[in-house]
Design a protein around this ligand. Structure first.
Ligand code: 13P
Ligand code: SF4
Length: 366
């Protein structure tokens, strides 16, 4: 679904929720959660606000949340505290009778919106003419259900930041080349980690419908020109500033950051990897972290024995992740309790049937 359609379908929550105090909403949230009991299941991504993530039955990165959605068959309603593509993924992986709710439909993902199915179909025609049947389409899970379905139909799979290396290796056993959607940075960083020369990766610009750089027989990875608007804001200058201010600092970044940032960092890895590194960091160690701010702040508060800061001092949280706030969350619970659930995310059967192939190929390798 396009962003405009998503906005049109958004229900305005009543003023009573928007004006209620945090304390009142928190109390009501716990009361409703208890009342609804096992009828509901609440997964939450690590980038969610504190006020919301406290209600999550499970927290996770994108891979874990997809695995949990595939396993949880009891709940009637899954209230997804994350963004639109994650709710779609949950809908694809859960049973037909289970309903997935996104408390605010406007919680999209800027990166996922950078690859539409029309752009992909046009790119594919071009790439087939150029390279023949030598390409496997692979998509980061941060993509629409239609993009996943396209990959599923063409033998490809989804991947997440925690299994990108393994999935790219698998892809190269299937076909000579990969089309990597929609995050060029995760694609490039993972390719370099696997030993693929930078020159063997070329960027496809879906707006200009042309390559950036030199595409040829040597090309192994075609990188879609998409990016995360949050992680792109960490720069090599930020790293230089941090190292100048604090010679003991260690730089830890997510692979959605650009190649130069990942190259200059001390450590790079998925959300789960970042949490694990910090959980095992020696007392008193110094860290500058390049990822979403809700997570960085939470790590800072839960690890007071470490010196943690954001790699970019001007950084703010992911705006779309932050759309899931306490008023929308509690209102969603109240709508279920009243028998009028709203903001149900439903992937059309024809799309889900192909998208599940791409997701299952990933889950089988994870
Ligand atoms: P992971 O949860 O796979 O680390 O992805 C990060 C992200 O940007 C989610 O939107
Ligand atoms: Fe999308 Fe980036 Fe926000 Fe994740 S952090 S939801 S990739 S915009």
């Amino acid at each position: 679904m396009g962003l405009a359609e998503t906005f049109l379908k958004q229900t305005q929550i009543p003023e009573t929720y928007r004006n209620a105090s945090k304390d009142v909403l928190t109390e009501e949230g716990w009361r409703l959660k208890e009342q609804l009991g096992s009828r509901i299941y609440i997964p939450g991504h690590h980038y969610q606000r504190d006020e919301v993530i406290q209600f999550a039955d499970d927290r996770g990165d994108s891979l874990r949340l997809a695995q949990l959605a595939a396993a949880k068959k009891e709940a009637d309603y899954i209230i997804f505290c994350g963004v639109h593509f994650m709710a779609e993924t949950a809908d694809i992986l859960t049973d037909q009778r289970q309903k997935v709710i996104l408390p605010d439909r406007r919680a999209g993902c800027a990166m996922a919106d950078m690859a539409t199915i029309h752009q992909l179909e046009r790119a594919w025609d071009h790439l087939q003419t150029r390279f023949g049947d030598s390409i496997l389409p692979m998509t980061y899970i941060n993509s629409t259900a239609e993009i996943k379905a396209f990959c599923g139909r063409h033998g490809g799979a989804t991947l997440t930041s925690s299994n990108a290396g393994k999935m790219m290796q698998w892809a190269l056993t299937q076909k000579q080349r990969i089309l990597f959607l929609p995050d060029q940075h995760l694609g490039r960083n993972t390719g370099v980690q696997l030993g693929i020369p930078l020159n063997d990766m070329v960027v496809w610009d879906p707006v200009r419908e042309s390559f950036e750089g030199d595409a040829g027989e040597h090309t192994q990875v075609i990188l879609w020109k998409g990016f995360c608007t949050v992680h792109e804001r960490f720069t090599a200058e930020n790293i230089a500033d941090c190292r100048r201010e604090d010679p003991d600092v260690q730089i830890l970044v997510h692979p959605e950051c650009d190649y130069e940032v990942v190259r200059q960092a001390d450590f790079a890895g998925s959300t789960k990897y970042i949490i694990d590194v910090i959980d095992h960091a020696p007392n008193g160690s110094h860290w500058a972290i390049g990822t979403e701010m809700n997570l960085v702040n939470r790590l800072k508060h839960s690890h007071p024995h470490l010196h943690i800061r954001s790699l970019n001092p001007m950084m703010c949280a992911c705006l779309t992740m932050n759309r899931i706030d306490l008023p929308h969350f509690v209102w969603s619970l109240a709508q279920i309790a009243a028998g009028t659930p709203d903001n149900i995310i439903s992937v059309p059967d024809a799309v889900a049937r192909d998208a599940v192939l791409a997701l299952e190929r990933m889950l089988a390798q994870s």
